[in-house]
Design a protein around this ligand. Sequence first.
Ligand code: SF4
Length: 365
Amino acid sequence: MVIMADERIDPWGNAEIRDYAHIFKEFGLSAFPGEWKAQLKHRLFERGIIIAHRDFQKVMQRISSKKPFINITGIASSGYLHLGHKADIDLFVFFKGCKAKNYFAISDIDAYVSREKIPDMETAKKFAADNLAHALALGLEPKDVYVQSQKEPRYYSFAFELGKKITQATFEAIYGHVDLGKISAGLLQYADILHPQLKEYSGKMPSITGIGLDQDPHARLTRDIAQRLSYDIEVPSFIYFRHQSGLKEGTKMSSSDPDTAIFLNDSAEAAAKKISSAFTGGRNTEAEQRQLGGNPDVCKVHEILLFHYPDSKEVKRIFDECRKGKWLCRECKQFTSEFIADFLKKHQALVKKKMPIAQKIVYGK
Ligand code: SF4
């Protein structure tokens, strides 16, 4: 695999990606076809939130013929979860319902070795327990989950083996500056995606991982490694999320900036405050908005509904009515705040119930 220096997307950065066409062309991604969207019947596909893929046809064939495939994703436990993470988990739960073999990594080692803000493993584990309780509340079961720091030797020996297939020059070409922590985290991430196909686990079969476009360097390198391994495995498939951007203009939802995201631990009041000051596609005055309509395409409030509101017809109705000037941003923010408040209340009650199970899994007691 040849990677040019200007092909870098920073997987650890906070920049928002808007130029999808450029990225599709540069990286050779395929747009997600409409016929699959219709077949999969899930809001993330129907609403164009999943925008691209690499080799998803292999997984699609498995889903159509009701045959198993590997469903693998994970969360680096480096902070609290926000609505962007919820979309990732919702996708995992969807595939779980399609006869998948499920592997959900709680990446505590990855978080500790690659993030400066995680000073010790105890902090990574604290976030891991919190993140896992949320994931369980969103539909995961304990049997779907593994914690990196508790994985068996086979997983770790495999991760080290992968190091032989990557040069430092390749790492630097993809990620720019790298250090030993980021290299270690990279090896664990490649092992997370590939190890389920070893004979000690589920064995060879197509696998799917949903990622953001900024994670594509990981995907390309993982696919490249898979083709050069001596093990007989399928090259993994990936599907790509359109970004759920940050609440402020020009930002990505980030765990390190509380004002860019609604966190799953936020109170209803805190979430309402963030929604009320979010960037919208509204006009300068109410009269102008009534006359010219708003622009939901750039609106962060509409994006919340697009990603998370369960009723697609209602989301479409709000979109159309915004454009015709039938909604004012004040009313729309109120509607969205009520929806989010209701979700957070029910979700947080479930998290409370799931927390003892999550702690037992993360601390192995
Ligand atoms: Fe956004 Fe709603 Fe205002 Fe339209 S009415 S710009 S969707 S907040």
